[in-house]
Design a protein around this ligand. Sequence first.
Ligand SMILES: [Zn+2]
Length: 384
Amino acid sequence: MVTVDRDFLFQTLADLIRINSVNPTLVPGGAGEAEISEYVARVLGDIGLDVRKLEPEPARISVLGTISGTGGGRSLMLNAHYDTVGVEGMDEPFSAVIREGKIYGRGSFDMKGSLAAQIAAVKALRDAGIRPRGDVVIAAVADEEYGSLGTMSVVDAIKTDAAIVTEPTAVQICLAHKGYLWIEVEIKGRAAHGSRFREGVDANMRMGRFLAQLDKLEQDLRARTPHPLVGPPSLHAAMLHGGDGLSTYAASCKLQIERRTVPGETEKQAVGEIQAIVDSLSASDATFQAEVRPFFVRNPFEVPRQAEIVKTLARASKAVLGREPNYMGDTPWMDAALLQAAGIETVVMGPGGRGAHAAVEWVEMESVAQMAAILAQTAIEYCA
Ligand SMILES: [Zn+2]
């Protein structure tokens, strides 16, 4: 097994935390990825990788670093985002202070610890003089916390056989995550003076009928047989807006729904369930008119346990941890779904810690070192 340069690993992690890389779309005025991309490009160049930058929108820069294989082996991408959420309410967002084996700061856990582990993994290969037959690629990507501009530009630029998204999983192998779907339902009424009840059609009242049925669907979703790794699907009535004035019948009422999907569910099916409510309400009252408009989709993700990259990662985990790995599913959406949709066999595994998007965030240093060793071992075996 190769040796991880721990000094390099933790220095790199501290440097990454100290660079403000708050996602500027998520948080207006956020520093963005320009400075951190410079840093990562320099470090990857220093350890001998071929470096290229992707800039699909001004200053929204991702970095690819590649060790070209000697030829004939499978290629592997290690993918981590380096944008972070905002720092409001944090006492020490950029301190990288170390206490009791934890390193603190915004992005330490989500997910600069993971990126540092990826970089140290590749350095370990270089230090050991190992050059696999297949390419090993580090993707340090922008904008995961908002629109995934980074990973979308990566899948346009390169295709590898497999990818490991190193989102933190407490050193467990994550085989599935949920997707989500945003759907707008607009109930159409007819505006009229508040005194003219014969003319007005009240869109808000009709939305009440719709919500009563949606509530039943929501309960039904959670009562379905849960996905073994991510649980049941769900939805919530996230935002509601209806009516223009007190003395006017509401001509329109709009509801934006978020529907969380589980592997195996499709957009068509989830939208169909909501359309069915509208259809049945329309059938029982000709004045009930509504439109169902899906406007954003992020698909769920699942990879079989028998997939080659999963088996290789499991063997490497066992070699490093000295025990069988744990498997898990997670509920938030990740870039893994985009990579898999691009035909790249993808799995998720990263370090342990706490406080993603919270006021106190830290990553457990030992788990970062374990991940570096696991990723190095996986690359050696998978790309051999
Ligand atoms: Zn993340």
